[in-house]
Write a protein that binds this ligand. Structure first.
Ligand code: NAD
Length: 503
């Protein structure tokens, strides 16, 4: 058996280039796959999936473990490619690679425990049956990924889908197609005996993604922006293809009056600026209780002043990936200042495309675009609140609900439980993102469905119930002709089982 064809070997005639956003130079060229290319990859994946399902949990664990080892041994290739395509410091690329690798390791090691067939109680009325539930692979999963963490989103999606027994067809972002394609193809490099096309990549622009949505895949896992997510869901509705949507965020952090302010300031600055703020779970809003506001702002300022944008190995973060994203950031900073906010650090002058230096905005009106819309840049809004109740109310006031954080010595639990978000970190930021054992995903405009953990594995299966009759009891109620005896028996069972309990 042969390995999957690389993106470069594909049949498509048209191509697109990936440009380094810092230099504008082309670092890769890829085919634009059309609907027939996509249909071909999905058909081949469907064929290969039969083999993969037949490997069982143990065979799949062995193949995925080989894959983990291959990835670890070739990590420098990913850092180089990730850095070349997005101009992010290699430390940012390394971090997303690490998180993706851990997801592959965890799903490989835990799929059997989570998904294997299990016996369940059949219930009193059907006590003569033996019942079990299994989690079956769906078939072929389409995965569409964004540019900002191109390796992580591919590895994490593939990990859940493959460990659950599916084949995958991945459409990475056109802005970072090289590292993402390598992540897909690496599965076959580690497993040269696997049938071609089990893990396939299709490259191209939005049209290629749209073709994958309409291709008849058995599930579509989309990670990207809210507007594209809407289009994906709409296209998938035509074929009733189920979707997972991992969308944007406007993550809040609450700093209570008993918080460790040094830790909070350091974490907020890191959480707001890593990856240049171009992270779905980046810290975009901070609500600080008024009694500690001044002390907290002084510490945030001191931390943020040390942050640098550039492409050096030790730069804090790199350039903005697109000029359109620079303009969104400019619009939000300007809107906040026009709305009466003050800039603690930076301002409109921080925007020097393709870079945006760190910006901290204070006292931004709660209905301002800088507070309600995803900025996706190195801009942190810090607003002052009366108390933690006020903080929770404001934290929950946007349409998003992805991640969140709470800093408090004693009140953290009461605050964390009331935040409407898919994840919350207490006295740190973003920790739940790196934990492969917990579910990751959002509510509201941040999407639905989960990667990671048990929920992430089950997301890529369907539950199948099996009921085996072991022996006959009493008059058969599943047989003709109907008899008075049947009615009488069911009447008695209902009375015995439910009536007394309801009184
Ligand atoms: P995007 O929505 O512009 O693109 C994402 C992917 O969708 C790309 O591969 C693109 O080619 C494809 N696409 C475009 N049009 C399509 C269509 N009509 N049908 C199908 N696919 C189509 O997003 P982006 O700019 O690459 O990424 C940034 C966004 O992703 C931010 O909003 C960020 O918050 C979000 N994001 C979310 C998570 C998460 O896990 N929740 C993780 C990373 C990024």
């Amino acid at each position: 058996m042969t390995a999957t064809p690389t993106a470069a070997q594909a049949s498509a005639a048209e191509t697109f280039g990936v440009l380094n956003p810092a230099t504008g130079s082309e670092v890769g060229r890829f085919p634009i796959h059309d609907a027939s290319d996509v249909a071909d990859r999905v058909a081949r994946a469907r064929h290969a999936q039969q083999w993969w399902a037949g490997q069982g949990f143990d065979g799949r664990r062995r193949a995925m473990t080989r894959w983990v080892r291959w990835l670890a041994a070739h990590c420098e290739e990913f850092y180089d490619l990730g850095h070349a395509e997005t101009a992010r410091p290699k430390a940012d690329v390394q971090m997303e690679f690490f998180a993706g690798l851990e997801d592959v390791r965890w799903t490989a090691g835990n799929a059997k425990r989570v998904l294997k067939r299990r016996s369940v109680a059949p219930g009193m009325a059907l006590a003569n049956y033996q019942a079990s539930v299994s989690h079956e692979p769906l078939g072929v999963v389409g995965i569409i990924t964004p540019w900002n963490v191109p390796i992580y989103t591919v590895l994490s999606g593939m990990a859940c889908a493959l460990a659950a027994g599916n084949a995958v067809v991945v459409k990475p972002s056109e802005l970072s197609a090289g590292a993402a394609s390598l992540a897909v193809e690496s599965f076959h490099r580690a497993n040269p005996d696997a049938p071609a096309g089990l893990a396939a990549v299709v490259t191209g622009l939005g049209e290629t993604g749209a073709a994958l949505c309409s291709s008849g895949v058995d599930k579509l896992a989309f990670t990207g922006s809210v507007p594209t997510g809407r289009r994906v869901m709409s296209a998938c509705s035509e074929t009733l293809t189920p979707v997972v949507l991992e969308l944007g965020g406007k993550d809040p952090t609450i700093v209570a009056d008993d918080a460790d302010l040094d830790a909070a300031a350091e974490a907020v600055v890191w959480g707001g600026y890593f990856n240049g703020g171009q992270a779905c779970v980046g810290i975009e809003r901070v609500y600080v209780v008024e009694s500690v506001r001044d002390a907290f702002l002084a510490k945030v300022k001191a931390c943020a002043e040390k942050v640098t944008a550039g492409t050096d190995e030790l730069s804090s973060y790199g350039p903005m990936i697109t000029t359109s994203q620079v303009e969104i950031v400019r619009g939000h900073v300007q809107a906040a200042l026009d709305g009466g906010a003050t800039a603690l650090i930076g301002g409109v002058e921080s925007i020097r495309p393709p870079y945006v230096d760190p910006v901290v905005l204070v006292d931004v009106p709660e209905d301002n675009p800088a507070v309600v819309e995803e900025t996706f840049g190195p801009v942190i809004v810090v607003n002052t609140v009366r108390d933690v109740d006020d903080a929770v109310r404001r934290a929950n006031a946007t349409a998003f609900g992805l991640g969140s954080a709470v800093f408090s010595a004693k009140q953290y639990d009461g605050i964390a439980r009331r935040i409407r978000a898919g994840g919350v970190t207490i006295n740190s930021v973003l920790a739940f993102v790196g934990m492969s054992s917990v579910p990751f995903g959002g509510v509201g405009d941040s999407g639905f469905g989960r990667f990671h953990g048990k929920d992430g594995l089950r997301e890529f299966t369907y539950a199948k119930s099996t009921a085996r009759k072991r022996f006959d009891v009493g008059p058969a109620i599943q047989a003709f002709p109907r008899t008075a005896e049947q009615y009488d028996m069911v009447r008695k069972v209902i009375r015995l089982r439910y009536e007394r309990k309801l009184r």
